[in-house]
Design a protein around this ligand. Structure first.
Ligand SMILES: [Zn+2]
Length: 370
């Protein structure tokens, strides 16, 4: 049982998940809501004040703008609650939208096995749509003065069309009435290089979010492949993505810096302007979320995407004269394998702006490769 300050009570039904600092429970309520409880915040009083301010901000124009979308893009704290006693032993938390109502965990889109089962219609175009939706969301958050800080797949949600939502608002950085509520730093693999190993208490900023956005865009367009994945080619041991980030080991920056498995999607499946932005982001001239949103919207425009003549789940940029997924399927596994048609019908849905092309000739391939 959890109770709000004004005496409203909810029964906790099942434990849904837990993160680095909180546990999320389903609550007994007709609306799709969940409760997040944070058993041991570093400073319980500061945590309660943070939640109270976020709840109050729901009525501010900047937050109303963020929350106006349907389905909800942000699991904003609706009301502060407490489990257990009113005294020092109680556990603080809040009630928020249950993102499972309209979304799935974001990681489903990044993991080919999960994607095939749980998002069976998803193609590369869905990853592109998710990248655009995420960039727009982050651009909107930055415009309204919010910094996510701990941006990572675990805090994100995605729907079947690539619409992205975000939770864990209580870890964001924001100001309220002249007071700054500091944000939590990033997680391994999702931290900007200048913040890796930074002393505790170092504040995140919009630019550190923008680095992680570029990492996530790469993963969405490359079947989950992290842009700093790979075994160091200089003979050093592979330690972590963060170690590769600190040493600039990245296929897009230097093809010879890492060794990747043959099952890695080819780097040249990226539209030119997206490849350029990723190289800028990882090379130090980091594009903002708004710049990303503009570029990703342009690549999603009708006529910028093609569907393969062999497999309707193979979608790729129009810049690419033949299908990169067929190439990859030849030398490793098919990243977007066709499904058997249910009841004699093809279950795939047409993607807007996608047109069929016939198989390209060997001559065309050779000409493009030159
Ligand atoms: Zn294909």
């Amino acid at each position: 049982m959890v109770m709000s300050e004004n005496g409203r009570a909810w029964s906790l039904t099942e434990r849904i998940g837990s993160g680095s600092e909180g546990v999320v429970y389903a609550v007994d309520e007709a609306r799709p809501l969940v409760a997040k409880l944070v058993p041991e915040p570093p400073d319980p009083q500061a945590y309660r004040r943070r939640i109270a301010r976020l709840v109050r901000q729901r009525r501010e124009p900047r937050t109303v703008r963020l929350l106006s979308a349907t389905p909800a893009r942000v699991a904003w704290p609706m009301i502060g609650v407490r489990a257990g006693s009113r005294g020092a032993d109680g556990i603080d938390g809040y009630v928020m939208t249950d993102m499972r109502h309209a979304h799935q965990p974001f990681v489903h889109l990044l993991t080919p096995d999960a994607r095939r089962v749980l998002l069976p219609r998803a193609t590369w175009a869905t990853g592109l749509a998710a990248a655009l939706s995420l960039a727009r969301l982050l651009a909107d958050l930055h415009t309204e003065g919010y910094v996510v800080g701990d941006l990572k797949p675990d805090n994100l949600w995605v729907d079947a069309d690539g619409g992205v939502g975000i939770a864990d608002v209580d870890s964001w950085q924001f100001t309220d009435g002249g007071e700054t509520f500091p944000g939590r730093m990033g997680s391994p693999g999702y931290t900007a290089p200048e913040r890796i190993g930074a002393p505790a208490g170092t504040a995140p900023d919009a630019a550190s979010d923008d680095f992680v956005l570029a990492v996530l865009v790469h993963q969405l367009l490359m079947c989950g492949l992290h842009p700093f994945a790979g075994h160091p080619a200089d003979g050093a041991d592979y330690l972590s993505h963060d170690d590769n980030i600190l040493h600039g080991r990245c296929r897009l920056l230097d093809r010879t810096s890492v060794v990747l498995s043959r099952s890695a999607p080819p780097a040249d499946l990226l539209p030119r302007r997206i490849g350029d932005l990723l190289r800028a982001a990882f090379g130090g001239a980091r594009p903002t979320a708004a710049v990303w949103a503009g570029a990703l919207a342009a690549e999603s425009a009708p006529g910028r995407l093609r569907t393969c003549g062999t497999n309707p789940l193979h979608t790729h940029t129009v810049e690419r004269p033949w299908c990169p997924w067929c190439d990859l399927a030849e030398r490793a596994a098919d990243s977007y394998p066709a499904r058997p048609a249910p009841h004699g019908r093809d279950g795939t849905k047409d993607v807007k702006g996608v047109r069929d092309v016939s198989e390209n000739s060997v001559e065309e391939k050779a000409a493009w490769q030159r």
